[in-house]
Design a protein around this ligand. Structure first.
Ligand code: C2E
Ligand code: MG
Ligand code: MG
Length: 748
């Protein structure tokens, strides 16, 4: 079977040595080579081919020759060497069909679809069938006598071009597939560090994997109204740049990188270099700059896919920036830059968990702060708050934690001996100078030692508040430590519960009032929130903020809540019959109700019994409840939602803890907490938070309503932000059911 190739006698074959054609231009320095595998059992053929092709450059790249002298050897080489572009294959070797067997193995067993194959044979009689050429994707078939050098070069050039095209198509299909699968992971990241790392990894994978150096730079997120630009820093880095993670960009010792970033930042777009890419994504303070450098030049497909990926990165970045802002506001008081109440409570919790009992919590209140605010204006009030924060900070060592708990109240947490009330008072013996005015500050202090604590951080703070109110009542000493005797309020709560239980059973003294919810665009009423009122047997009106917590604590709210929902549905039916139709009814629901196994059944009965379309009922749940991880809560929400009832998150913006969770909940609306609405002057933290919530709503596809709107200015600010609905005294306070229809003609 063995053929006898006799190159010396084959003049045409020898032609390949003489027939020197064009050289194909100069190679790109650093460009990879084309791998060419020569398979032939005749050593002369190897040397003749190598000699003929050795200086050839195709598409800017040189050739690299691999040699195999049998089909078996070729197969081993193919298995272990990636990126073989072309196989120049002798058909007849150890067997007459050894070459064709190898072709089958390459395509079917090695699954190698991109490598191009040029068959050669010295014996025309061994020409393969046409089907073989077609089925095994053979590029060319030539008898050696046909193969002059020119023909060989032409054939090889065509094969390499088609290899390159197939590679690009395969690569882009694979990269696209990876992109489609991995890009959504960018949208679920919450911290900028994780997000930046993920974005950079995806980009690097696209550009060629491990050999890529890259940085992801952004600005440290300041509070929305911080002055001045924070410097760009490296939020994530890969390869050679990895050591610069966390540092300012200016510290990265790489002129190419700094130059590319600067040019990219100026143009605000993308910058493609031979083997690098710089991207500018996002806008404003949340903008990020990426720079990646691969070890090889980037082809067109990679560049285009990088553009596609940069769109996902921009969207993800917007998400993360919103999350970060909310995270920031969730734990930091933007005015003073100090930890806020939520953060302070968790600090106390941490202390209790670690068993650090020799600690004291002090709650310090600036007396008459609201009077000072009213008399001197908000700006001076804000300056005063900052001055007090500064004085407290300077007066205690760094181990003592300082927080701004609310309005004019500050918290201290530290060792018993250090957190001394006299020390606080001594700090304020000198006046504070604010806007050129000297103001004497009179602090009151309520304290609790953690050894006395019974419960968590929130309870400690509650007890310190009780102590503080005692201190305010004292004439001589302006501070008090909490003691058990101060807890007589528990007695009062018991009496309140007793009265409320009677009222619920007898349905006496309970009523609902309704507050309009107004669509900003049309100025018309679109719904009502039902609010519970209670007048006890002695004729006193007890505010819901006092009796609802007691009802929740005692689970009486389950019965009370059912009455509220049923009454609200009946009322909606009555208004419909009176011609005031199409309104939505919002009803507040407590977590205790939501956890009740019969809640869904109860709610369905109330709504169906009254013949109300469930789509017109909205349940308002508090933010902490929405974020409760409990499966039962989520399950109840899903059931209510599939019944058609919609769900709003009440008092949104202050108590948030795990926003990622929000995305998974079946919500319809966010209701901006009235504390942010109250503070809606331009540039204020309230405005920033309200604006962030509206954007977040848009992003999650949720409607947004603002509560507690009292002035035209607040309304205008909310309208500009794109908030859809408002509720508040500006339009109307809550009114009795009978007075509601008269409001329907009114316009905002
Ligand atoms: P909420 O659900 O956030 O209700 C809004 C509260 O803001 C109502 O207080 C309302 O009277 C008040 N409000 C409305 N407009 C303005 C305004 O322009 N400015 C100001 N400063 N306040 C405004 P209300 O009626 O005292 O209710 C307090 C809370 O009691 C409610 O807060 C809700 O959490 C709870 N609540 C009321 N009724 C029920 C109920 O039936 N079930 C449950 N579980 N909770 C209820
Ligand atoms: Mg509400
Ligand atoms: Mg509310």
């Amino acid at each position: 079977m063995k053929k006898r190739a006799a190159p010396a006698a084959d003049s045409d074959f020898l032609d390949i040595i003489d027939d020197r054609a064009e050289r194909g231009g100069a190679p790109d320095p650093g460009a990879p080579t084309w791998r060419l595998l020569i398979v032939d059992d005749e050593p002369d053929v190897h040397s003749a081919t190598t000699f003929a092709l050795k200086d050839l450059i195709i598409a800017g790249r040189k050739l690299e020759f691999l040699h195999a002298y049998s089909a078996a050897e070729a197969r081993r080489l193919m298995e272990t060497t990636p990126g073989i572009a072309v196989v120049l294959l002798d058909v007849v070797m150890e067997k007459g069909d050894a070459g064709l067997q190898l072709v089958r193995a390459i395509r079917d067993e090695l699954g190698c679809a991109d490598t191009r194959i040029i068959l050669r044979t010295g014996q025309p009689g061994y020409a393969p069938e046409l089907e073989v050429i077609r089925d095994y994707d053979i590029n060319d078939y030539k008898t050696k006598s046909e193969l002059t050098r020119t023909r060989l070069v032409t054939s090889l050039t065509t094969a390499i071009r088609s290899y390159e095209q197939i590679r690009m198509a395969l690569e882009s299909a694979q990269a696209m597939d990876r992109l489609v699968r991995s890009a959504p992971s960018l949208l679920t990241q919450r911290s900028i560090g994780e997000f930046a790392g993920q974005a950079l990894r995806l980009m690097a994978e696209l550009l060629g994997g491990d050999a890529v150096d890259g940085v992801f730079c952004t600005r440290r997120l300041p509070p929305g109204d911080a002055n001045g630009e924070a410097p760009l820093y490296v939020a994530a880095a890969l390869g050679a740049f990895a050591p610069f993670r966390g540092q300012d960009v200016a510290a990265v010792a790489d002129a190419g990188l700094l130059d590319a970033l600067e040019r990219c930042a100026l143009s605000g777009g993308r910058l493609h270099e031979n083997n690098g890419i710089a991207l500018c994504v996002g806008a404003g303070d949340g903008r990020a700059l990426l720079y990646l450098r691969a070890s090889q030049p980037l082809n067109e497909v990679v560049r285009r896919l990088a553009d596609v990926l940069s769109v996902s990165i921009a969207t993800g970045l917007e998400n993360v920036t919103l999350f970060q802002q909310l995270d920031f506001f969730a734990y930091i008081d933007p005015l003073s830059g100090l930890p806020n109440r939520a953060r302070f409570v968790s600090m106390i919790d941490d202390c209790l968990r670690r068993g650090e009992a020799n600690r004291t919590v002090a709650l310090i209140e600036v007396d008459h702060f609201s009077d000072i605010n009213a008399a001197l204006g908000h700006e001076t009030g804000d300056e005063l708050l900052k001055a007090v924060a500064k004085r407290l900070r300077a007066g205690f060592p760094a181990e003592v934690a300082l927080a701004r708990v609310s309005g004019g109240k500050y918290g201290l947490l530290g060792e018993n001996a250090t957190v001394d009330p006299e020390r606080v008072l001594a700090l304020f013996e000198r006046p504070c100078v604010v806007d050129g005015q000297s103001l004497m500050i009179q602090p009151y202090i309520g304290l609790e030692r953690l050894t006395e604590a019974d419960g968590g951080g929130a309870d400690v703070l509650k007890n310190a508040t009780i102590a503080l109110s005692r201190a305010r009542g004292e004439r001589r000493q302006h501070w008090q430590y909490f003691t058990r005797e101060m807890q007589t309020t528990a007695q009062e709560r018991l009496a309140l519960l007793h009265d409320l239980r009677h009222a619920t059973e007898a349905k006496r003294g309970l009523s609902l009032v309704y507050q309009p919810q107004v669509e900003i665009a049309s100025g018309k009423i679109c719904g009502a929130e039902a609010l519970l009122r209670w007048q006890n047997v002695r004729g006193q009106n007890i505010p819901p903020d006092r009796f609802i917590p007691v009802a929740e604590y005692s689970h009486l709210i389950i019965e009370l809540g059912e009455w509220v929902l049923r009454s609200a549905c009946e009322q909606l039916g009555e208004w419909d019959r009176a011609g005031v139709s199409g309104l939505r009814m919002s009803v507040n629901v407590s977590l205790v109700q939501f956890r009740d196994p019969d809640f869904v059944g109860m709610a369905r009965r109330c709504i169906l019994d009254c013949g109300i379309d469930p789509g017109r009922i909205e349940l308002e749940i508090t933010e902490s409840m929405a974020l409760s991880e409990a499966e039962t809560v989520v399950d109840t929400m899903n059931k209510m939602k599939s019944f058609g009832v919609s769900i709003a998150v009440d008092d949104f913006g202050s108590g948030y803890s795990s926003l990622g969770h929000l995305q998974r909940l079946p919500l319809n609306r966010l209701k901006i907490d009235r504390v942010f609405v109250k503070d809606l002057t331009a540039g204020s933290s309230g405005a920033t938070i309200a604006d962030t919530i509206v954007k977040l709503g848009h992003m999650l596809g949720l409607a947004v309503i603002a509560e507690g709107v009292e002035t035209g200015e607040q309304l205008d600010a909310l309208r500009r932000m794109g908030c859809q609905e408002v509720q508040g005294f500006y339009f109307s306070p809550p009114v009795a059911a009978a007075d509601f229809p008269a409001l329907v003609g009114k316009r905002l």
